[in-house]
Design a protein around this ligand. Structure first.
Ligand SMILES: Cc1cc2nc3c(=O)[nH]c(=O)nc-3n(C[C@H](O)[C@H](O)[C@H](O)COP(=O)(O)O)c2cc1C
Length: 682
C-alpha cells in the first residue's frame, strides 16, 4: 500500500526542515516558487499583512516542491472571495469540522468540492482501486489507474490545499473498524455501495450522534439523517422499518435487495436506473452513475454539509434535484413571532426622575428578588442594596450588588439618552450614584431603547454560533464597563454545561439552597407575582413543570442525597446550553462591594447590547458563583457534599481562569424567538 499521499510541509526557517529542503534539492526535486505569481493577490487579499512567511511544500508523488504562503495567509488568499457568503466565523467552523467520506467514487467528487469550499479535516474510506470505468464520472486522472481511490483523492485534495488534515482507510470500512472510523466525526457522508456497511455506519452514527448525508446520484436524490439532533431516529427515515445490523444479519440476499429497493423507493428511480437494475451482472458491470449526476449531487451534498457545519438549521429528509434546498430551512423570521408581552414598568413617561427609577427597576436580579433601594436626593439618584430576605447563594450580598450595578447602568443609560447625565460613580461602600447633568457620559444613545426589551429568555434558542461582529460588540460592551467575557463556544460550551450540571445537582441537594429555590418560585394562583420567579417565565412544558414540582420536594432530594444520586438534576442545564449559541461568564477585577456593582454594570451593558442585536440571554450559574474560596463554597452544603463542592469550586476557578478576578454571572445566549412571559416589578 502506498503511503505517498501526504505532502511534506517544510519551514525554511527551521534548521531540520532547511536540511531536508537541501536534501530534496540535491535529489533533483523540481522547485517552483509561487511567491512572485502570488504577489498581486497577496497585496489585494491581505492588505494588512506586511510580510508573508513561506513554506516549501513537497509533493513526493510528483517529485515537485512548491514555495507557498504559510497556512493562515494561504487560506486568507484562497478563500478571499467567499467572505461575504461565508463570514470569518462560519469559515472557522468549516475549517474545524471533521468530515468522514465512505465510498470514493461519488465521494471523490464530493471530497474535491469540499476542499475547494474550505473544509480541511477529512477521513476517507474505500478499499477499491481506480479503474478506467470510474473515469466516466469522477474527477480523477488516468495517471492514477490502479491506485487506491482514497490515495488518489487525498493527493488531488492536497494539490488544492496542502494544509488539509486527511486520514485514509485503504481497507475501507468494515464492521470491525466502523466505530473507530466514526469516532470524532462531525458529519458523515455515506456514498458507498455495500448495504450492510450503510446500515452499520448509520447505527454507529446514531449512537455517536453524527449526522449522515447520502447522495444516490440518480435524479440527484439526497438524504439527510440528523442523528445528532434525533438520536431515536429510525435508519433510512424508517423506510426499512426498524432495521439494524442485527436484523439485517438474519436476512437472505433476496430480502436485502427487496429492502434496498424499499429504501430507494422504486417509484422514485429514473427510467435509466430502473432498466439498469435488471442488467447488472449481465450486460452492465454495475449500476450506472453519470458524471452530471455525480457532480451536481456533490454540489448539493457540500452545500448541506456547509449549512450543518455552521449550525444553520437543516432538517432530516429526502430531496431530489435542486429541491434539496427545501431541507435548508429559511432562517426563522422572528419578527413574525408574537412579541414578548409588554413590561409592567414604563420608563418613557417623559418625567426624567421617574423614568430613571423605572429603568433601574427593569434591571435583572437573582430570583427577581429586587433587593434594592433607589432614592432621589435633590438631583442625585442613590442606588443601594436594601434590607430583606437574603438567600444563601447571595454570599456577602454579592449577587444583590450585581443587581444594583445593573440598575445603575440602566439609570445612566436612560439619563444619557436624554443628554441629562452628570457625574455617575460607585462609592467604595455599597452605594451607586447618578447625578443629573447635561451630558451622555460617553454612553451610546441607543442603549436606553433596549432597557424594557431586555429580558431573561428561558426558551430553547438556536444552537447556531454568534457572528464574529456580535461577539466583538459584546466584548467591547463588557470592556467599556471594566468587565471581561470568558466564552464557551462549540465543544467547550458542552463541557461547560456538563460542569454546570454537576453544580446544579449540588444546588438541589443542598437543603438551604433548595429551600431558597422553592421560596423563589411563584406558582399560578399565588398572584400577584411582582417579585420572585413566576414559573410561567421558566417556559416549561406541562410535564416538565410537574418534574419541577417533584424536584421541589425536600423528601425526594434527601432520598437522592443519602444515596449519592441525582445526576439527572443537571440535565436541564445541559439541554439549555445545547440550545444556545454560546455560554459565557462575565468577570471583573477589583475588591469589595464596588467590584460587584461594577460587574453588574458590565453585565447590563453586555445584555443591552445583545438585546439590540436580537440576541437573548439566560443567566445560569453554578450555585457557588459568589464564593471566593472553597470554604465559602462548602459553607452552602451539608456535611456530605462539602468535599465535592470544594472540588467543583476549584474546577470552576480553573475553567473560567478567574485568578484574582471575581465572577459576576454566567449566562447562555443565542438567537431565537421571544419569551412568552415576562417578569414583573414591585
Ligand atoms: C445575579 C443574577 C443571577 C441570576 N441567576 C439566574 C439563574 O440562575 N437562572 C435563571 O434562569 N435566571 C437567573 N437570573 C435572571 C433573573 O431571574 C431575572 O433577571 C429576573 O427574574 C428578572 O427577569 P428579567 O431578566 O426578565 O427582567 C439571574 C439574574 C441575576 C442578576
Amino acid at each position: 500500500m502506498t503511503t505517498l499521499w501526504k505532502p511534506e510541509i517544510l519551514d525554511p526557517a527551521n534548521v531540520s526542515d532547511a536540511a531536508r529542503i537541501k536534501e530534496l534539492m540535491s535529489d533533483s526535486v523540481q522547485l517552483v516558487d509561487h511567491g512572485p505569481a502570488l504577489q498581486d493577490e497577496i497585496g489585494k487579499c491581505l492588505p494588512d499583512v506586511k510580510e508573508v512567511s513561506y513554506r516549501i511544500v513537497y509533493y513526493p508523488w510528483r517529485n515537485l516542491a512548491l514555495r507557498l504562503p504559510e497556512a493562515g495567509a494561504f487560506h486568507g488568499i484562497r478563500e478571499n472571495r467567499n467572505r461575504l457568503k461565508i463570514d470569518d466565523h462560519a469559515a472557522e467552523l468549516i475549517h474545524a469540522a471533521r468530515v468522514g467520506i465512505v465510498g470514493l467514487s461519488t465521494g471523490y467528487a464530493i471530497a474535491i468540492a469540499m476542499v475547494s469550499l474550505g473544509f480541511q479535516r477529512f477521513r476517507l474510506a474505500d478499499f477499491d482501486a481506480l479503474e478506467l470505468t470510474n473515469l466516466n464520472r469522477i474527477p480523477a486522472s488516468l495517471m492514477d489507474i490502479g491506485l487506491n481511490k482514497c490515495v488518489s483523492a487525498a493527493r488531488r485534495m492536497a494539490e488544492i490545499n496542502p494544509y488539509c488534515d486527511i486520514e485514509i482507510y485503504q481497507d475501507g470500512v468494515n464492521p470491525d473498524n466502523c466505530t473507530d472510523f466514526v469516532a470524532g466525526l462531525d458529519q458523515l457522508i455515506e456514498v458507498c455501495d455495500s448495504f450492510s456497511i450503510k446500515v452499520a455506519l448509520r447505527e454507529t452514527c446514531r449512537t455517536a450522534r453524527v449526522p449522515v448525508i447520502m447522495n444516490t446520484s440518480d435524479r440527484c436524490m439526497l438524504d439527510v439523517e440528523r442523528y445528532d439532533q434525533e438520536p431515536e431516529r429510525a435508519l433510512f427515515h424508517g423506510l426499512a422499518g426498524d432495521l439494524n445490523v442485527a436484523t439485517l444479519s438474519n436476512m437472505g440476499a433476496d430480502e436485502r435487495v427487496g429492502l434496498a429497493l424499499r429504501i430507494i423507493v422504486a417509484d422514485n428511480v429514473s427510467t435509466g436506473l430502473g432498466a439498469s437494475l435488471f442488467e447488472i451482472d449481465r450486460t452492465l458491470q454495475t449500476w450506472p452513475q453519470l458524471s452530471s449526476d455525480v457532480t451536481s449531487g456533490a454540489g448539493a451534498v457540500v452545500d448541506i454539509a456547509r449549512h450543518i457545519a455552521v449550525g444553520l438549521p437543516v432538517a432530516s429528509g429526502r430531496s431530489f434535484g435542486q429541491s434539496y434546498l427545501d431541507l435548508v430551512q429559511p432562517e426563522p423570521d422572528y419578527a413574525s413571532f408574537p412579541s414578548a408581552p409588554p413590561r409592567d414598568t414604563n420608563c418613557a413617561t417623559g418625567d426624567l426622575k421617574r423614568d430613571m427609577i423605572a429603568a433601574a427597576k427593569l434591571a435583572p436580579s437573582g430570583g427577581n428578588a429586587q433587593r434594592w433601594h433607589f432614592e432621589w436626593q435633590d438631583n442625585q439618584l442613590e442606588l443601594a442594596v436594601s434590607d430583606g430576605v437574603q438567600v444563601a447563594m447571595d454570599i456577602d450580598q454579592r449577587g444583590s450588588l450585581v443587581a444594583v450595578g445593573a440598575a445603575w447602568m440602566n439609570a445612566r443609560a436612560l439619563a444619557a439618552s436624554r443628554r441629562s447625565l452628570g457625574d455617575a460613580r460607585l462609592s467604595s461602600g455599597d452605594r451607586a450614584l447618578v447625578e443629573l447633568g447635561d451630558g451622555d457620559g460617553g454612553l451610546p444613545n441607543y442603549l436606553a431603547e433596549f432597557i424594557p426589551r431586555r429580558m431573561t429568555n428561558r426558551r430553547h434558542l438556536e444552537a447556531r454560533g454568534l457572528s464574529v461582529e456580535d461577539i466583538a460588540a459584546l466584548k467591547n460592551a463588557a470592556w467599556a464597563e471594566g468587565g471581561e467575557l470568558v466564552l464557551f463556544e462549540g465543544e467547550a460550551r458542552n463541557s461547560y454545561a456538563n460542569f454546570l450540571a454537576r453544580a446544579e445537582r449540588l444546588r438541589f441537594l443542598s437543603p438551604q439552597l433548595h429551600d431558597d429555590l422553592a421560596r423563589e418560585l411563584v406558582w399560578p394562583g399565588e398572584e400577584p407575582v411582582r417579585q420572585g420567579l413566576d414559573v410561567r417565565t421558566l417556559e416549561l412544558s406541562p410535564p416538565d413543570l410537574e418534574k419541577v414540582k417533584l424536584a421541589m420536594r425536600p423528601d425526594i432530594m434527601a432520598a437522592l442525597r443519602e444515596r449519592n444520586l441525582g445526576a439527572a438534576l443537571g440535565d436541564p442545564v445541559k439541554d439549555a446550553f445545547a440550545a444556545a449559541g454560546l455560554g459565557f461568564v462575565i468577570t471583573i477585577e477589583g475588591e469589595g462591594q464596588e467590584a460587584y456593582m461594577r460587574g453588574g454594570a458590565a453585565l447590563q451593558r453586555v445584555w443591552l447590547e445583545a438585546t439590540c442585536r436580537r440576541l437573548w440571554a439566560q443567566p445560569w450559574s453554578p450555585c457557588f458563583l459568589y464564593a471566593q474560596t472553597g470554604d465559602e463554597a462548602a459553607s452552602l452544603m451539608p456535611e456530605e457534599l462539602k468535599v465535592e463542592a470544594r472540588a467543583l469550586h476549584e474546577e470552576w476557578v480553573e475553567t473560567v481562569g478567574l485568578g484574582a478576578r471575581k465572577a459576576v454571572l454566567s449566562l447562555r445566549m443565542g438567537y431565537g424567538a421571544p419569551p412568552t412571559a415576562v417578569s414583573m416589578r414591585e
